[in-house]
Design a protein around this ligand. Structure first.
Ligand SMILES: CC(=O)[C@@H](O)[C@H](O)COP(=O)(O)O
Ligand SMILES: NCC(=O)COP(=O)(O)O
Length: 237
């Protein structure tokens, strides 16, 4: 079974555009779970331009599905995650000024750093995942860090799929096979949408979780949030 974790950063972005508290991210998380989503993902960035650190704390008591916090493990982020103790932390090597996540970890170069951070989170009972490109060397490097899971960075798949190139999924299918063989759980995310999700899921039978935000919230403007959550769940069956 592949779980749907809804990334609610975009709901916070909309709220922040006007100040105030509309839409309310805590209510959105409650509703999204009531609509059937199996997880809530947030990705607080150091400048808090999307989801805020306080949102992460406020969400703790309402997320009764899988709570996934993504981000670059700078000290401030690590302290937040250790305080909130979500189900899972996903480590993403995003630069402070990056518009969105745009690269996976070099798990060889950063092996020591990742191993230390992962050990700290695991000692607190938090499942770890690291954001990686579908590169066998990086998957093998991920195993050496001690992480529980990887999150495959799916932008390249989404770009190929949009151009009609179904072969873009091949590196992902191979990466997932290798990761599973080596004992890693496999998550995926970035630019997944209603069009490209089903095929991706079909090609990666061991896929445990997808986190989806930008497309899902955008599609909800036209189709409604409840309806769209149901449509994603249907594609993951
Ligand atoms: C790791 C990843 O791909 C997502 O966390 C993505 O960065 C979504 O966050 P934004 O919607 O804030 O770009
Ligand atoms: N980890 C990926 C994520 O949370 C959402 O990415 P996107 O759907 O906003 O591109």
């Amino acid at each position: 079974m592949t779980k749907l974790s809804v990334n609610i950063n975009k709901i916070a972005t909309l709220r922040n555009s006007r100040g105030g508290d509309i839409p309310n991210v805590v209510q959105a998380a409650k509703d999204i779970q009531n609509f059937g989503a199996e997880g809530i993902t947030i990705h607080p960035r150091p400048d808090e331009r999307h989801i805020r650190y306080q949102d992460a704390r406020d969400l703790k008591s309402v997320v009764h599905t899988e709570y996934n916090i993504e981000g670059n493990p700078i000290k401030k982020f690590m302290d937040l995650v250790l305080e909130v103790e979500p189900t899972q932390v996903t480590l993403v090597p995003d630069a402070e000024d990056a518009i969105t996540s745009n690269a996976g970890w070099n798990t060889i170069k950063h092996k020591e750093f990742l191993s230390e951070v992962i050990t700290e989170f695991k000692n607190h009972g938090i499942r770890t995942s690291i954001f990686v490109d579908p590169d066998p060397v990086m998957i093998e490097g991920a195993v050496a860090t001690g992480t529980d899971r990887i999150e495959l960075y799916t932008e390249s798949y989404a770009v190929h799929f949009a151009k009609g190139n179904l072969n873009g999924v091949r590196p992902y299918a191979e990466a997932a096979r290798l990761a599973t063989k080596l004992g890693l759980g496999v998550n995926a995310g970035h630019d997944l949408n209603l069009e490209n999700l089903r095929y991706f899921k079909e090609q990666l039978p061991t896929l445990l979780e997808v986190s989806i935000g930008h497309a899902l919230i955008s599609e909800s403007l036209y189709l409604g949030l409840e309806n769209v959550v149901q449509m994603y769940l249907e594609r993951l069956k």
